[in-house]
Ligand binder design. Structure first.
Ligand code: PGA
Length: 236
């Protein structure tokens, strides 16, 4: 089980140090779950420093496919590696929606990260209209088809209609989508989209759910720890 906190564009360096210090203390006694935090780029170094010597991993929220070059505003895998960062998210729906990310660019980013030795979380998921239009399976097949299996690759199934809405997928819907993804690519699949302490246990109990990618509820130490505890309690 892996529980990763996607902080999005929240928390600067001082809040990051405060959060990571408290998180490390609270997680010390918990076994049976891998935990990662994904702060904004500017706070990555502070997170790595604060969590050094703990089992909590630090990942970025994106990574570029080139090692270096004329790509204003982008960050490469070797740059993340130099900071001691463990991995990166790619293809988050907010990147696809607002920043022109496509299946092709997501695949290139994932590939480059894996080649550089990063652990990658590649996000997939259908929008509300796509689900209503019966296209969920086709969308997931298309998004997954560009990714290649790798020991360091994890997929996050994040239905877009469930992100930040408070309306998570039902455990049955999540199970169905995860089973489809796993039939296409043999990698662990995290669920993301309004995961909270109140619904984490039943989502994580689904056999094809291998962990959670948590947005809003990862910004507060207590709620993030509660989700990590739920994962640690889930029999596997
Ligand atoms: P949420 O976000 O938990 O706030 O719905 C999840 C995500 O976007 O990764």
């Amino acid at each position: 089980m892996l529980v990763a906190g996607n902080w999005k564009m929240y928390k600067g360096t001082s809040e990051t140090v405060e959060f990571c210090t408290a998180l490390a203390e609270r997680l010390e006694a918990i076994d049976g779950v891998d935990v990662a935090v994904c702060p904004p780029y500017t706070a990555l170094a502070a997170a790595v420093r604060t969590l050094a010597g703990t089992e909590i991993a630090v990942a970025a929220q994106n990574v570029h496919w080139a090692e270096e070059g004329a790509y204003t505003g982008e960050i490469s895998a070797p740059m993340l590696r130099e900071l001691g960062v463990y991995g990166a998210i790619v293809g988050h729906s907010e990147r696809r929606q607002y920043f022109g990310e496509t299946d092709e660019t997501v695949a290139r980013r994932a590939e480059a990260g894996l080649d550089a030795g990063l652990h990658m979380i590649a996000c997939v998921g259908e929008t509300g209209p796509e689900r209503k239009g019966g296209q969920t399976e086709a969308v997931l097949r298309r998004q997954v088809s560009v990714l290649r299996p790798d020991d360091n690759l994890v997929i996050a199934y994040e239905p877009v209609w469930a992100i930040g809405t408070g309306l998570s997928a039902t455990p049955e819907l999540a199970q169905e989508a995860h089973a489809l993804i796993k039939s296409l690519l043999e990698v662990p699949v995290l669920y993301g989209g309004s995961v909270k302490p109140e619904n984490a246990a039943e989502l994580l109990a689904q056999p094809a759910v291998d962990g959670a990618l948590v947005g809003g509820a990862s910004l507060d130490v207590e709620s993030f720890v509660a989700i990590c505890e739920a994962a640690a309690r889930t029999p596997r």
